[in-house]
Design a protein around this ligand. Sequence first.
Ligand code: MN
Ligand code: MN
Length: 467
Amino acid sequence: MSKDEKSIGKTLEEKLLSKRKSGLLKLSDEEIAEADAFCEGYMRFLDDSKTEREAVTSAIALAEANGFMPFDPKANYSAGDKIYYSNRGKSVIFCVIGTQPLENGTRVLAAHIDSPRLDLKQHPLYESSDLALLKTHYYGGIRKYQWVTIPLALHGVICKSDGTTVTVNIGEDDNDPVFVITDLLPHLAQEQSKRSLGEGIKGEELNVVIGSRPFKDDEVSEKVKLNIMRILNEKYGVVEEDFLSAELEMVPAFKARNVGLDCGLIGAYGQDDRVCAYPALEAILDCDNPEYTAIAVLTDKEEIGSTGNTGLRAAYLKNFISMLADMADVPDYTVITNSKCLSADVTAGFDPTFPEVADQRNFSCCNQGVAMCKYTGSRGKSGCNDANAEFVGYVRNVFDSNGVIWQTGELGRVDLGGGGTVACYIAELGMDVVDIGVPVLCMHAPYELTAKLDVYMAYKGFSAFIK
Ligand code: MN
Ligand code: MN
């Protein structure tokens, strides 16, 4: 056998066996530069969009700059028209009308724009030992010990008794103060250190320091608290009772940054699931004259079970499609049944420090492309979508024929834990749906990591699916 000839076994191996390989080795330097450039926009979006409300505002601004108009239920739309529908400013649908009749179905991208965080309680503000503090109730699955002794920013809205609403954002500007949850010093933590990691910091210990200077008046009992209310009143015109009708959220005050000397990773808060929401948004903004009507829905409340009227268990996506169906004079169930959806949500990336939680053959890795999770769930796939093989095959073909680097993903070893996405609620409508998303390291932590190549491949995959 000459040097250039392959052995029969080697030839068979190449033909029959699949191989894992870093996605970066499959890409040209130009394509890697494209991925890096795409992620610059993504990182700006992250810094501007730390809550679902802010993400809706940022997304609509980008969409309007790209020719999208507010949805008008009385209008008549034709192929190529670009519209958006905001659901209470907390979730949003973008749509580009396709050339195919609507009854042939739509192509849907569904990502969520809420992230784990600390919500203020309705009576949050109190004074204790000359400090003013805020009580919080965490939102979504957090590891509580990760949220102490880091800079936090306050975001949200306060609806005042006069019916007006003020928007709050403190801690993002370099000149702003930040807020902090304290922890014990190691010198005095002997008892606390005996707690389990999950109990290391308890829910009622997530109290945020918001002030320390008193309002100088001997007649007043809670001087530090009063001084904080005075500052808030000057800034926003609010009184303490206005906390009752507010949505105020403590989020990490970190900015999105390059991680690693080679700048291949992104470190930022809230990448679950804005790392899929932004590529889905960009995919639909770039979508001109699609064959099938293309829809990107950026939804709220996924982290607490897709509940509430802005989560995907609510009817707003179905209602939107029904309104389009009414305009086209076709039954909505025909449109929905013929529709296909990518549930765009993150999956866990393989972490070499904790290999024991993963089945390495089925886990997704950073820089190996966007990940397809046929199923999620826990304890025997319970509660998950488990996409049918035919639809997985369809998406696989779309990706392979459009140069999308992708891999499969599974959220951890069997029976170790698990999780869910919006896929099961899309499936309930009667659409084909599978989970596609970016692998994340330290998911749900105040600072999550993703690989730029994977973010870009999510965009390429979503674009190919809706074009
Ligand atoms: Mn998610
Ligand atoms: Mn999540």
